[in-house]
Design a protein around this ligand. Structure first.
Ligand code: SAH
Length: 402
């Protein structure tokens, strides 16, 4: 656990090569191992370290972890007091969500409170589901801060927070994660329903994917609802049926939901029911999307294609692009004339332009005429730190297909 070593005379120091200091001076939150000139003191994975220039001037403070990114910076001023620092960081993230009208909003009581680098806290994700906070740590250093982080959540939310659940076992490095079990670090709670734009969703943060719900599609789901009236809709890669519920509540004629996960499909059925869909308007398919599409009739009016990240690294990017192209060409071929395609990529390494070009290639393959109606992205509770453009990951297009 944390032992209170952020002080002016901190012993654990990383010295950066002169030529490499510019990144931290411009507030980029990552120190790459190639930038390190020397490590001073007994530095171990997860330690808080201070980063200095060769001439001894202070640059930043962060968490050390051996690897290509070896320090994740969370402060560009010396940090003096442990709990007060975390209170202030979590308070800053909450102030931003209040400015967005998310915190304390009865129509949308689930949102991302901390989005890693986007909120100046690399390695830390915190999602709020009603009165429960779900924490997902992606670095050892952040996991070692769980105590102060939970304290800061309680300090900022008071009685509005009843539980803090740690769900980091799948997101930490394997060697360290073997000793980590998911569980409540404060209070206790149970999976429950949340509200999103007045729609009801069952969220199981204990056994669901990621922290339980894909909060990053909130605004894009809402937009789908705007166009769904009287339409025959396909929601592919539906997870717990987010887009399906918006389409049904907006008056879609029929919605087909597809996901390869049976557990996800069971929750989709539950969510459709919770929102009072008219009988016979929804069908569930626990299937592979490509197989489903190949067998489908070409009569959809609106389609949502929201696959998982096809590429988790640059090495996989080429194959991912081929995958997006095949999937989107097939989807386009199953739309009726005048149909709408909502298509997404959440692969960070497939940039906005590359995704766009891939969709152009898919459209060309079908020889259909296509208009671009919307460029979509991640919502404002998944902000991008202006000094860390790598934080942009979700891209989407809405296409009108003749
Ligand atoms: N659109 C969803 C989030 C999608 S996450 C929402 O709004 O909540 C991606 C989903 O794709 C996951 O639920 C995963 O189970 C599913 N999936 C992965 N591979 C698949 C495949 N080959 N066919 C269908 N679904 C798949």
């Amino acid at each position: 656990m944390f032992d209170g070593y952020y002080t002016k005379d901190m012993q654990k120091r990383i010295i950066i090569k002169n030529k490499k200091a510019a990144a931290a001076q411009r507030f980029h939150p990552w120190v790459f191992s190639g930038a390190v000139k020397a490590i001073e003191g007994p530095v171990e994975d997860g330690d808080v370290v201070e980063v200095y220039q060769e001439d001894g001037s202070y640059l930043a403070t962060g968490h050390y972890q051996d690897g290509s990114i070896c320090v994740r910076l969370f402060s560009f001023l010396p940090v003096q007091a442990e709990q007060a620092f975390w209170n202030q960081k979590i308070g800053g993230a909450l102030a931003c969500r209040k400015a967005l009208g998310l915190a304390g909003n009865p129509h949308t009581d689930c949102y991302r409170l901390v989005h890693g680098e986007g909120d100046g806290l690399p390695g830390l994700i915190i999602d709020i589901y009603g009165s429960t906070a779900v924490v997902q740590c992606h670095s050892i250093g952040m996991h070692r801060m769980l105590g102060p982080i939970a304290g800061a959540l309680r300090e900022n939310y008071g009685d509005a927070l009843v539980a803090v659940y740690d769900k980091s076992s799948e997101t930490l490095p394997a060697t360290y994660a073997s000793g980590v079990k998911n569980g409540y670090v404060f209070g206790e709670s149970a999976p429950q329903t949340v509200q999103e734009h007045g729609h009801t969703f069952w969220v199981d943060w204990e056994s669901g994917q990621k922290t339980g719900f894909f909060l990053d599609q909130r605004e894009n789901r809402w937009l789908t609802g705007q166009y769904a009236r009287d339409k025959k809709v396909l929601n592919a890669f539906c997870y717990t049926g987010g887009f399906s519920v918006y389409a049904l509540k907006a008056g879609a004629r029929q919605v087909d939901s597809v996901d390869v996960s049976r557990t996800a499909m069971a929750v989709t059925d539950r969510n459709v029911e919770l929102n009072g869909a008219a009988p016979g308007t929804h069908q569930s398919f626990a299937e592979d999307t490509m197989a489903f599409l190949k067998a489908a009739d070409a009569d959809y009016d609106l389609m949502v294609i929201d696959p998982p990240a096809f590429a988790k690294s640059i090495k996989k990017r080429h194959n991912a692009v081929q995958g997006y192209k095949r999937l989107n060409a097939l989807a386009l071929s199953k739309l009726r004339a005048g149909g709408l395609l909502f298509t997404f990529s959440c692969s960070q390494v497939v940039g906005r332009q590359l995704f766009y070009d891939t969709i152009v290639a898919a459209a060309l393959e079908t020889r259909r005429q296509v208009r671009v109606l919307h460029h979509l992205s991640q919502p404002p509770d998944h902000p991008v730190n202006i000094y860390h453009p790598e934080g942009e990951y979700l891209k989407g297009l809405v296409l009108y297909v003749e």
